[in-house]
Design a protein around this ligand. Structure first.
Ligand code: TRP
Length: 339
C-alpha cells in the first residue's frame, strides 16, 4: 500500500500532442507510437489531439473532423489505452485557451518571431501568416504546463518549442516568485528510436514525401508500393556495402521480418546471389502480416462512434480535472479576484 503510494508519487507525467494530419504509417509506428504504448505502462501519460494547433493552416471543417477521428481511431487501434493514459481532444478542454491567454502576456514578439518553426511556416504559407502561427509555441507550452508535465517525447523539429515551454515556465515562476511549474524536458528514447526509411531510395518515410506505407493500407496497396521500391542492378563484389536504397529495404526487413529471414537475404546479398524480386515478395508478405491486424482494428474502431465518443468524453473529464487544478493555482498567483 505504502509502496504503491510512493510509486505514484514519483511517477513522472509524460505528455505529447498529436497533430491531426492523416493516417499513421510504419515510420510513425516505430518512431513514436510504439514508445507511447510502452510509456503508458510506467508513467502518468497525457496524449491528446492538437486540433487547436491545426487551425493555423485553416483546414476545411469536414477535413478537420475526419482527421481527428482518424488519428484517434488509429492510435487506439495500435494500443493506446484509455484506461492507462489520459487520451483527449485539445478543444474539449476550455482551460487550455484560458491559460494560453495568460501565457501570451509573458511571451515576447521578438522571441516568437525568432523560432525556426515560425520562420519555416512563413516561408511555406506566406499568404496566411496569422497570429496563431506566431503564438504556436505559447499554445504548445500551455498544453505541457497545464498538466505540469515533466517529460515530453518530441522529435528534433519540436525541440525549440519545448525549449520555449521551459522558458515560459521559468519566467512565470520567477515573475510570481513561485515554483508552480516544473521545467519539462525531452523524453529521450535513445537507442530505441528506429528511423524508418521510405521506399523511394533515400530519406525517411513521411506523409509529405509520398513514400509511406500506412497501417490502414490494404494488402494489394502494400504489394504495389513494395514492388515499386527503388533498387539497383545488384552487388558486383562480395561483402559490398549496401547503397542507401538497398539498405532501406533491409532496414524494413529488420523491423517486420524474422531474424532468419533477414540473415538469409543478407547472406544472399553478401554472396552476390540476391534477387531483389524475392526480397520484395518476402518483404511484402511480412509487412502485410505486421500491418493487417492493425488495419482490421482501425476499421473496427472507426465504425464504432459510440466507443470513440466514450473514450474522448472520459479523457476530457480527466484532462479537465488536472487542467483546472493548475489553472486555479495560476489564477490565484496572478492575483485575480478573491472576494
Ligand atoms: N507541435 C507538435 C507537432 O507539431 C504537436 C504538439 C502540440 C505537441 N502541443 C504539444 C507536442 C505539446 C508535444 C507537446 O508535432
Amino acid at each position: 500500500m505504502r509502496q504503491n503510494r510512493e510509486r505514484y508519487l514519483i511517477m513522472e507525467t509524460v505528455l505529447s500532442g498529436i497533430r491531426p494530419t492523416g493516417n499513421l504509417h510504419i515510420g510513425n509506428y516505430f518512431g513514436a507510437v510504439k514508445n507511447f504504448i510502452k510509456m503508458q505502462e510506467e508513467h502518468n501519460c497525457f496524449f491528446f489531439i492538437a486540433d487547436f494547433h491545426s487551425l493555423t493552416t485553416h483546414p476545411i471543417p469536414g477535413d478537420l473532423h475526419g482527421h481527428v477521428k482518424t488519428v484517434l481511431a488509429e492510435y487506439l487501434a495500435t494500443g493506446l489505452d484509455p484506461e492507462k493514459a489520459t487520451i483527449y481532444v485539445q478543444s474539449d478542454v476550455p482551460e487550455i485557451p484560458e491559460m494560453y491567454l495568460l501565457f501570451n502576456m509573458n511571451a515576447y514578439i521578438g522571441e516568437l518571431e525568432r523560432t525556426t518553426t515560425f520562420k519555416e511556416k512563413i516561408r511555406k504559407q506566406p499568404d496566411n501568416v496569422n497570429a496563431g502561427l506566431l503564438t504556436y509555441p505559447v499554445l504548445m507550452a500551455t498544453d505541457i504546463l497545464i498538466h505540469k508535465a515533466n517529460k515530453v517525447p518530441v522529435g528534433k523539429d519540436q525541440e525549440q518549442n519545448l525549449e520555449m515551454a521551459r522558458k515560459f515556465a521559468k519566467r512565470f515562476n520567477h515573475m510570481y516568485n513561485t515554483d508552480l511549474f516544473p521545467e519539462p524536458s525531452a523524453y529521450n528514447f535513445g537507442e530505441e528510436l528506429v528511423k524508418i526509411p521510405g521506399l523511394d531510395g533515400s530519406g525517411k518515410m513521411g506523409k509529405s514525401e509520398g513514400n509511406a506505407i500506412y497501417l490502414v493500407d490494404a494488402p494489394k496497396e502494400i504489394e504495389k508500393k513494395v514492388m515499386r521500391a527503388v533498387t539497383d542492378s545488384g552487388p558486383t563484389a562480395k561483402n559490398q556495402d549496401k547503397p542507401e536504397a538497398i539498405q532501406n529495404l533491409f532496414t524494413l526487413l529488420k523491423v517486420v521480418s524474422s531474424t532468419d529471414t533477414y540473415n538469409y537475404f543478407d547472406e544472399k546479398y553478401n554472396n552476390c546471389e540476391i534477387r531483389y524480386g524475392d526480397l520484395k515478395k518476402q518483404l511484402t508478405k511480412d509487412i502485410i502480416a505486421f500491418t493487417n491486424p492493425f488495419r482490421e482494428k482501425i476499421l473496427e474502431i472507426s465504425a464504432n462512434d459510440a466507443y470513440l465518443h466514450k473514450v474522448v468524453t472520459q479523457g476530457a473529464e480527466k484532462a479537465r480535472e488536472s487542467a483546472s487544478k493548475t489553472l486555479k493555482e495560476v489564477r490565484n498567483v496572478i492575483g485575480f479576484r478573491k472576494f
